[in-house]
Design a protein around this ligand. Structure first.
Ligand SMILES: Cc1cc2nc3c(=O)[nH]c(=O)nc-3n(C[C@H](O)[C@H](O)[C@H](O)COP(=O)(O)OP(=O)(O)OC[C@H]3O[C@@H](n4cnc5c(N)ncnc54)[C@H](O)[C@@H]3O)c2cc1C
Length: 492
């Protein structure tokens, strides 16, 4: 008889786990409380504008391809476009740096801004490269909370020669400031820990892996929008007869004598299972399992965000890129407000993503599709809804500096997202986007375990667990989870 897997949540992690398992002959059911699958990687359409509501930048597309190829899913229709230069950085004094582009372009930027021609820059990049090699061989392949298998142990020991002894173990911001002299380039480096919802001033230097992987492997956009990836997985699941139930939540994970037996839905229906994988925030699973919270003290959550999806009836200036960042005038103050004071910054750094700059299918003719985001603290005890106008004014004020005027008369559609809405929509405490913050080695490397210690047959998948948040990591998480399921469940 086929083994039965129930996946709770149709986020990217849940969907890709369902794809891996169904491709190996498992009988799979996915239950999603929303009406559309995708979780944070979702889509919103209005008045001819098509928005990706969550991720906008794909790094490491090879991880997506590995998922599709290993499950024999056709992907010819998915056209990933490498954006070059990837991001336009706009500074408070009006300086503009398009980065990173080709190697000669980067060399020109370094000559212009770094007195030593960029020796420190290359030093940090090579540290990032060694960290990436090390992670690729270890952290991205094995789960640190599990005993390694014999092959994994061999690989781990073999990888020690990649161990980057120097520079990788200090504080992220201090390491950057030691090696990079120009304030302009420092800003670019300091931005990367925010890719995992963390502060550069509190993160470990191991996050240097992020600027390296973006520099070396590029930033990508799939034509038609990122939701095309979700659609491709969902179509493949249907071909494999996976039952995808949407608009209904799982209320309880059922277990008996320490063994999982299935799930109970909000409508009372029971679905029996040999294995259950939870794709929601792993730290919230105790309630579903009907037991007291196991965390004595929860680590700090990663940041949330304030997002405005704007359909504009006119085009933006030519020099605004697909990805544009407009920096605040005081980055340290911004992160002090975000992390220490846990408030929305007085003057936020604003990320502007204009997909219609590269993809004409996502906006009506003459229009522009804008995803505008600023970091926000992960807390819901602030009256976010009442503050929306104030948040808009702060964000629009910063964008004005880059020549982006957002006049109400030009706006065809606007949808505002605050941490409150992120929490409601995705069930992430405080609206936190990436699980626990990477503010220590422990929360960076020892995230919530992927296999439940007390109930056999319960697993965790997605950005709150290993190896971490962000779309490529979440797909790797489904690979790690499925490896564990095969290791522990096929033997029994
Ligand atoms: C605004 C924003 C910008 C981002 N930008 C980027 C980016 O540029 N690049 C990048 O790589 N990543 C980015 N990310 C992060 C990326 O989207 C996430 O890391 C990834 O999509 C998370 O996938 P997941 O599998 O962890 O599940 P999630 O997307 O968190 O989905 C979990 C699903 O489980 C469902 N669920 C939970 N509990 C239950 C229950 N009891 N019953 C039924 N269903 C349940 C939820 O409804 C949800 O749909 C961004 C995220 C956001 C929100």
């Amino acid at each position: 008889m086929k083994r039965r897997l129930v996946v709770i949540g149709a986020g990217l992690g849940g969907l890709s786990l369902a794809l891996r398992a169904s491709s190996q002959g498992w009988n799979v059911t996915v239950v999603e409380r929303h009406h559309s699958p995708g979780g944070k990687m979702n889509r919103y359409c209005d008045s001819g504008f098509v928005f990706d509501t969550g991720p906008s930048l794909i790094t490491l597309p090879q991880i997506f391809f590995e998922l599709f190829d290993s499950c024999q899913v056709k992907r010819d229709h998915l056209h990933f476009r490498r954006l070059q230069p990837l991001t336009l950085y706009v500074y408070p004094d009006g300086t503009r740096i398009p980065y990173p582009g080709t190697l000669p372009d980067v060399a020109t930027v370094l000559e212009r801004f770094e007195p030593d021609g960029g020796r420190g820059f290359w030093h940090l990049m090579s540290t990032g490269a060694r960290l990436f090699e090390l992670s690729w061989r270890t952290f991205f392949r094995t789960v640190p909370t599990e005993l390694p298998s014999r092959t994994e142990l061999r690989d781990l020991l073999g990888s020690l020669r990649w161990f980057p002894f120097r520079n990788a173990w200090g504080n992220y911001a201090r390491t950057v400031e030691r090696y990079v002299h120009s304030e302009y380039l420092r800003r670019i480096f300091l931005r990367y820990p925010t890719y995992v919802g963390s502060s550069p001033y509190r993160s470990p230097a191991t996050l240097l892996v992020i600027p390296y992987l973006e520099f070396a492997h590029g930033g990508w956009y799939p034509d038609g929008g990122l939701y095309r990836i979700v659609e491709t997985i969902v179509a493949a699941l249907r071909e494999r007869n996976v039952s995808l139930l949407t608009g209904v939540s799982v209320e309880q994970i059922l277990h008996h004598n320490g063994q999982v037996t299935g799930v109970r839905l909000a409508n009372g229906e029971m679905i029996p299972a040999d294995v259950v994988a939870y794709n929601g925030d792993a730290s919230t699973a105790d309630a579903l399992l009907g037991r007291p919270l196991r965390w004595r003290r929860l680590p700090e959550r990663s940041m949330s965000g304030v997002v405005f999806l704007v359909g504009l009836k006119r085009r933006l200036p030519e020099d605004i890129h697909h990805h544009t960042i407009v920096f605040s005038s005081d980055y340290q103050r911004e992160f002090r407000e975000l992390v220490e004071d846990a408030v929305f910054p007085t003057e936020p750094t604003v990320y502007l993503n204009v997909t219609s700059k590269t993809d004409t299918t996502v906006a009506p003719p003459g229009g522009e599709t804008l995803f505008i985001m600023a970091n926000a603290p992960a807390r819901t005890d602030i009256p976010w809804a009442e503050m929306t106008q104030q948040l808009w004014e702060r964000v629009a004020g910063v964008l004005r500096r880059a020549g982006v005027e957002l006049d109400e008369r030009d706006i065809a559609t606007l949808s505002a997202w605050t941490p409150q809405r992120f929490e409601q929509e995705y069930g992430m405490p405080g609206g936190s986007i990436y699980g626990f913050a990477s503010h220590s080695y422990r929360t960076t490397f020892l995230r919530p375990a992927m296999r439940d210690r007390f109930v056999k047959g319960v697993y965790y998948v997605g950005g709150s667990t290993h190896p971490g948040g962000g779309t490529p990591m979440v797909i790797l998480s489904s690979k790690l989870a499925f490896n564990l399921i095969q290791r522990y469940e096929m033997a029994s």
